[in-house]
Design a protein around this ligand. Structure first.
Ligand SMILES: [Zn+2]
Length: 372
C-alpha cells in the first residue's frame, strides 16, 4: 500500500516534470494545475521537490490573465549529459547533448576500422580525449550510446551481423569493455529513428535511414516495432529490382544496392558533396544515375507506405542533400501509388548525419526522464 502511494506520487511528479520539459517557454504553477487538473497544493509540493532535486529552475515571468505576471518554470537542461558515438569504417564520431537533446560538443576522428577489439579500445581512448577537449563534467554523464551499422541482439549481447564491418556473431562486450560509463549499442538506423521519435508528437512513422547502407525504424503507437529477430525496418534489403544490381548482403536488386550512397560516391571515387555539386552543375551521367536512384528509391518508399500507411521520414547523411529533389520524389511517388494523389507523406528528418549519435544519446536521456 505504502509503495503504491509512493509510486503514485512519483508518477505525478514525473508527469509534472514532463509537462515542464515540453513547455517551449516557462510554464507557471497555475498553468500546470490547469493542464494536469490537480490542486495548487499538489503543484506547490511537486515544484518544491523538483527544484530541490535541481531538475527544474525558475525561468522567465509569464504573463497571466490579470494580476501580476507569474513565475515560469523550465527544466534544468544542463543537469545531465549523454554522449552518442558513431562507428563507421573510416571514422569515429562523438556528440554530447544536454537534457533537451541539444548539441553541446561534437568531434570526428579518423580511425580505419580493423577489428572490433581495436575499435573498442579506440572508442574508449578517444572518448576520454573528447570529454576533456569539450570540458564536459564527467559526473554529469548519463551514458554513452554507440551506433554501428549492424544487426544487434541486445538481449543476448551480440552483434549478429554487419556486412559493412565484416562481423558475424561477436560479443558486444568486445566493443564496450574498455568504456567506463554506462554503455548501450544499437543499430545506426534504429538509433537515428529513436532520435526522430524523441519528443515527437508523431506516434506512427517509418524512418528511412539513408547513408552508404540503408536501414530504418518503424514506430507504431509511439513504440518501436522490433520484429521477431530485431530486424524490422531493414529497408535496405527490400527488393526493388528482381535480378538487378548485387547488394552487399549477397542478394540481387536490394534497395541498398540501388540507393545506398556507395553507388554514387565511393564507387565513383568521389564524396557525396562532390556528387551533388556536379549533379547541380548539370553533369549528364550523374543526372542519369541520380534519376535511377530516385526511381528505385520511390519503389522502396511506396512499398513502405503501402505496408504501414504512415508518414515516411527520410534521414541519414544523404537526407541533407535531398531538399531540392523532394518535388521530383513526390511526383514519382504519386505516380506509383494506387491511393495517393501526391507524395506529401514524406518529409526530411531533423538530424541528418548526426541522427544516429543523437539517438544513441537519447536512449539515456529518455531512461533518465522515465525514472524521475
Ligand atoms: Zn541486400
Amino acid at each position: 500500500m505504502g509503495d503504491n502511494i509512493t509510486e503514485r506520487r512519483r508518477l505525478t511528479r514525473n508527469r509534472m516534470y514532463r509537462l515542464i520539459y515540453d513547455a517551449e517557454i516557462g510554464i507557471s504553477k497555475q498553468q500546470i494545475a490547469n493542464e494536469m487538473e490537480c490542486s495548487m497544493p499538489t503543484v506547490h509540493q511537486n515544484i518544491a521537490e523538483l527544484l530541490e532535486a535541481n531538475l527544474i529552475k525558475q525561468g522567465e515571468f509569464q504573463p497571466s490573465s490579470g494580476g501580476r505576471p507569474a513565475i515560469g518554470y523550465v527544466i534544468n537542461s544542463e543537469l545531465k549529459i549523454a554522449i552518442g558515438v558513431s562507428l563507421s569504417t573510416r571514422h569515429i564520431r562523438f556528440l554530447a547533448v544536454d537534457m533537451k537533446l541539444r548539441e553541446i560538443a561534437s568531434d570526428k576522428v579518423s580511425a580505419e576500422y580493423e577489428s572490433l577489439e581495436k575499435s573498442g579500445k579506440q572508442i574508449a581512448d578517444k572518448l576520454e580525449k573528447f570529454i576533456d577537449k569539450s570540458g564536459i563534467d564527467r559526473k554529469k554523464i548519463l551514458g554513452v550510446g554507440i551506433t554501428i551499422p549492424a544487426v544487434i541482439d541486445n538481449t543476448k549481447g551480440v552483434i549478429v551481423v554487419s556486412p559493412t564491418l565484416n562481423i558475424k556473431n561477436a560479443s558486444l562486450d568486445i566493443l564496450t569493455k574498455h568504456i567506463s560509463y554506462p554503455v548501450f549499442v544499437e543499430n545506426d538506423g534504429t538509433c537515428a529513428g529513436a532520435a526522430e521519435a524523441f519528443g515527437s508528437k508523431e506516434s506512427d512513422f517509418a524512418y528511412l535511414f539513408m547513408e552508404y547502407g540503408i536501414g530504418g525504424a518503424i514506430y507504431a503507437n509511439g513504440q518501436l516495432i522490433k520484429g521477431q529477430n530485431g530486424r524490422s525496418a531493414e529497408f535496405g534489403h527490400i527488393c526493388v529490382h528482381p535480378g538487378g544490381l548485387k547488394c552487399s548482403c549477397g542478394k540481387k536488386g536490394c534497395l541498398e544496392a540501388y540507393c545506398g550512397a556507395l553507388r554514387y560516391t565511393k564507387d565513383l571515387g568521389i564524396t557525396a558533396e562532390e556528387f551533388f555539386a556536379e549533379l547541380e552543375n548539370g553533369n549528364e551521367d550523374y543526372k542519369k544515375l541520380w534519376n535511377d536512384v530516385l526511381n528505385h528509391l520511390t519503389i522502396g518508399i511506396n512499398n513502405i507506405r503501402m505496408m504501414f500507411d504512415s508518414k515516411v521520414i527520410l534521414g541519414g547523411f544523404v537526407s541533407e542533400y535531398l531538399e531540392p529533389y523532394l518535388p521530383k520524389l513526390k511526383a514519382y511517388l504519386a505516380s506509383k501509388n494506387t491511393f495517393e494523389e501526391d507524395g506529401s507523406y514524406i518529409s526530411l528528418g531533423k538530424f541528418y548525419k548526426k541522427g544516429g549519435m543523437m539517438g544513441g544519446a537519447s536512449y539515456f536521456i529518455k531512461k533518465y526522464i522515465e525514472e524521475i
